[in-house]
Design a protein around this ligand. Sequence first.
Ligand SMILES: C[S@@+](CC[C@H](N)C(=O)[O-])C[C@H]1O[C@@H](n2cnc3c(N)ncnc32)[C@H](O)[C@@H]1O
Length: 291
Amino acid sequence: MPNKLPDLETIADNLPLRTHGGAWTYDKLFYLNAYLDRFIVSMRGEKQKWRSIHYIDLFAGPGKNALPDGRLLLGSPLLALSQKRPFDRYFFSDLESANIEVLRKRCAQFSAEYSKISFEVGDANQVVNRVVKTILAIDKPITDKWQSLNLAFLDPEGLELHWETVEKLASRRTDLIIYYPQMGISREGAKEIDQKPPTRIDLFFGDTGWRQIYQKYQRGEESFLHRALLDYYKSKLKSFGYVYDPLPEPIFKNSKDAPLYRLLFACKHPLGNKFWADVTKNLPSGQLRLM
Ligand SMILES: C[S@@+](CC[C@H](N)C(=O)[O-])C[C@H]1O[C@@H](n2cnc3c(N)ncnc32)[C@H](O)[C@@H]1O
């Protein structure tokens, strides 16, 4: 049976909620929660293997979500704080100061881990520099094999995440769960292909290589645009030591059945890939996922 998300009664408070998400938000957080559980239970079990274990959430939001059907859900930072075993350190940031203000209050009420959390207001693509600097200081000397292990959840609303940010996190031992903005790329691609670089999609991919794939698709020579683009993105991660089995990237659709985004997972160890394949093989409803 898949892990359930925490009971709603345990999470009532009077602070503002994130209301932008649709029904698909449940599924996204379900997969994250299930992976967090596997990750932290297993990695905490490996005594002294890791110098320190960190959770990084650079698009953190206010900490709780209200779905259109009235369901309340813990947001990603609070899910990380709710795990059976704690992380050594948590990095939470968001562009909106109001979100971080509310998140701070929630975390203070919600968790004994408060003193281990770094909060920051700012663009994720800037904040990442300070996060990586802190991790490098913890990992000194960096040649030492006894490093920290990081799990980064990168969950923007559209095309805000830059490849350079991913690259910086990938330079350390970091498992990545990345929002792949399928609708944003489909919608903006046709416009951006004729624009001077760097466009938002160029920044997302870190170069203009996506344009050749997109042009092939426009000429009818590439039927599966997003499969080809995801493979391209993953091929870039490979050079940082990420290992690839053909892993599922669950797709999230809106109420009109239009694809919104996917979650792309990357890990430098086959065990993480196994965990991801396990937690995403079923839909949150328990049904076998077909794609
Ligand atoms: C999809 S929401 C995150 C939801 C959160 N993961 C949760 O589970 O509740 C995306 C968040 O990213 C923030 N955001 C948008 N652009 C950003 C940027 N460039 N840097 C940091 N945060 C940004 C938004 O304010 C919003 O709170």
